[in-house]
Ligand binder design. Sequence first.
Ligand code: PSV
Ligand code: MN
Length: 387
Amino acid sequence: MTSFTDITDRLAELAIEVPSWAYGNSGTRFKVFGSAGTPRSVEEKIADAAQVHTFTGLAPSVALHIPWDLVDDYGKLAAYAEDLGVRLGTINSNTFQDDDYKLGSLAHHDREVRAKAIQHNLDCIEIMNQTGSRDLKIWLADGTNYPGQGDIRSRQDWLAESLAEIYSQIGEGQRLVLEYKFFEPAFYHTDVPDWGSSYAQVSALGERAVVCLDTGHHAPGTNIEFIVAQLLRLGKLGSFDFNSRFYADDDLIVGAADPFQLFRIMVEVIRGGGFGAGSDVALMLDQCHNIEAKIPGQIRSVLNVQEMTARALLLDKEALAAAQADGDVLLANEIFMDAFYTDVRRDLAAWREERGLPADPMRAYLASGYQEQIEADRVGGAQAGWN
Ligand code: PSV
Ligand code: MN
């Protein structure tokens, strides 16, 4: 049996990257609701992200999205973040918001549009050089809506060429991370729809190109933990974009829709060496809070990941391996479920207190006065959002 005291050191290795866009007004294709205290600048987004780390100790870095997080001086921004106790993480490029990208970006049929999208990614690498970020994350809205609309095979070749140009500028300690999504905004075909397509593209590039798995980007019923196991086996799982989905790319709080799925994913992450200090797998959130409070929404998210990680660490691997070797189907399942059903909340509260963190980060944040302060201070100006 594995007990909570056996896993405390490993738990301390958990680090989750939060997305800058979770603090701004973002969310759905429909109404994006404003809220009091929403950041008006990149600095204010980072200040909010730093609160999540202060109260949980779980979120030491913030991912940026370019151009949403454009500033003149990234060295200064990195220093500002450091003063608040966090660092700048993954740089997400964005080739889906300009009119030029209507029919695609890196996989577009027109070389000029591809060149523009490539240049944007090279600009992002320049930002990474200034922020000290390791990862350039590329997600493409590229695809088509109607059969016959585009040459789906040539688009793979164009995409490969574009990615190779970007990859040639990826520095020694940097990585190109390619995210996949099976539909939306393109509805007939997507140029990087699934892990296999992403894997094929990044494998052709080289060692420092890896796959990003966004949990919301799969068809209902997909066995995501199998994909995790497979990519870890192949050494190509670069990062996660964690969120919850009921239907499609819902961008809800991770662990909210299906905590059991999050548990199963974390079991495979740990099993495959993707967790902890020695691992290169980045655990990021990619969420939007449209109706819920944003900072508490992020706090709840990282706590959910922590809870399911603790349960996954509690899995009695030896007993499970023995039951599997015996072909004991029901015992193996029982051992697996025992770990999932273990309520770790009280142990985690005590574990936090031992480390000088609040036992209940949600309540501690709400009592801190930060929310009231930003609601009073941030009146006027344009609230940050998708643009
Ligand atoms: C696309 O749906 C995505 O998951 C990508 O990661 C983007 O960078 C992010 O959402 C924000 O639009
Ligand atoms: Mn994503």
